[in-house]
Design a binder for this molecule. Structure first.
Ligand code: SAH
Length: 367
């Protein structure tokens, strides 16, 4: 396989950039039948064949055309780390020297891949280290689905990725089209065929995009809530200033009506002395009274220069008990891969920041 940069230089069309609909349109444009799309998906995602010459159900002329004008390129792994608990972190190279991170979390009976959607993140959640990196650009569909493609190749046939969570670097719903196309491929029977329940998009609460998602994509949804008052959420998840809690709850209610979701999962990071009191737990029960919800408490994972601390185990347990007693199924996310900085909120990659956030942060801290 040629390197990413070589292919960019050749300006070939990367066919990992298209979901089934996109490929159908592509083949029809070439004067081919649309079913070529499903044939191609099977070659790429099920057979692992990327050499067009080997695609034996295509005519010679089509194979030659695809070889000349197209390519199938996933991002390349440049660093691999394996944690004591079996978690893998892969640093993958995208075009223009940026790097993003992908994490594989093996568990009894399943394997979850945590996929990045952007190079850095344009949002400024104060407890997340990706946010401190600034933002470069959206990942392409090829770079998103390519993370699953390269992970599955690296893991081999024995270890299957059974679940995908869009919880790596970036805000998936601010890269809507590319994320939806990649998620479609994850769920397409001719590609990875993962069930809707096993593919989760996590969002900080981009309300208009959440309405669009309701119409266009039936993957599962997780919402990063983290606070029960606008005042605190404005600080922790600043996009709340644009889309406050009431609007967020309204779209979540709509979302939960759609099968297969029926419930929305709310993520809630446990920050010592910030959002972890009994009062917060009762506020959470109140806020979610009209939304069919599950709650996933995430112990805060520290990173360099972060000013927060994780709530104690006792506090997390008491918080969880209050929520469960109040009638909302609540789980605590196991911290995995933290010895290699692969845990939630610890992914940083290498981001050539175009938002100049680090300059702003440097100025703020010297004021
Ligand atoms: N932008 C998306 C995906 C981000 S990461 C979103 O906001 O949902 C997935 C989860 O990890 C989010 O709930 C995020 O708030 C949480 N997270 C971020 N930083 C964290 C940290 N340092 N410790 C624990 N969880 C964190």
């Amino acid at each position: 396989m040629k390197s990413v940069q070589e292919l960019v230089n050749l300006k070939k069309i990367n066919l990992l950039d298209f979901d089934r609909k996109g490929l159908e349109a592509f083949f029809v444009k070439l004067g081919e039948k649309s079913f070529r799309a499903t044939q191609l998906l099977k070659w790429i995602y099920q057979e692992g064949i990327t050499d067009f010459i080997l695609m034996s159900n295509f005519s010679k002329a089509l194979r030659a055309y695809l070889t000349e004008h197209c390519c199938i390129v996933a991002p390349e792994i440049v660093v691999e780390k394996k944690a004591a608990d079996g978690v893998y972190k892969w640093v993958v190279q995208t075009q223009c020297g940026n790097r993003v991170e992908t994490v594989f979390i093996p568990e009894e009976g399943r394997g979850t891949l945590c996929v990045s959607s952007q190079i850095g993140c344009a949002l400024a959640c104060t407890f997340c280290s990706t946010a401190q990196q600034g933002f470069n650009r959206n990942l392409t569909t090829a770079e998103i689905i390519g993370q699953l493609y390269m992970a599955q190749h690296r893991l081999g046939r024995e270890t299957k990725v059974t679940n995908v969570v869009m919880m790596g670097m970036g805000e998936p719903l601010l890269n809507f089209d590319n994320v939806v196309a990649a998620v479609n491929l994850m769920m397409d029977d001719f590609a990875y065929g993962l069930s809707k329940r096993r593919v989760t998009i996590s969002t900080s609460g981009v309300v208009p995009a959440m309405y669009r998602l309701n119409e266009l994509c039936d993957a599962s949804l997780a919402v990063s809530l983290h606070a029960v008052t606008d005042e605190l959420r404005n600080e922790l998840v600043p996009i709340n200033k644009k889309y406050p809690l009431q609007e967020l709850m309204a779209v979540c209610r709509e979302n939960a009506k759609l099968a297969p979701r029926r419930t929305v999962t709310f993520e809630y990071v446990m920050l010592d002395g910030i959002n972890d009191s009994n009062e917060d737990a009762l506020g959470l029960l109140q806020l979610l009274k009209t939304v069919p919800a599950k709650i996933n408490l995430i112990p805060f994972n520290p990173f360099p220069n972060s000013s927060y601390r994780c709530s104690s185990n006792n506090r997390i347990h008491a918080f969880k008990t209050l929520l469960n007693d109040g009638g909302i199924v609540t789980t605590v996310r196991k911290t995995r891969g933290d010895d290699i900085d692969a845990a939630c909120g610890q992914l940083v990659g290498q981001v050539n920041d175009k938002s100049r956030r680090h300059l702003k942060l440097a100025t703020q801290s010297s004021e």
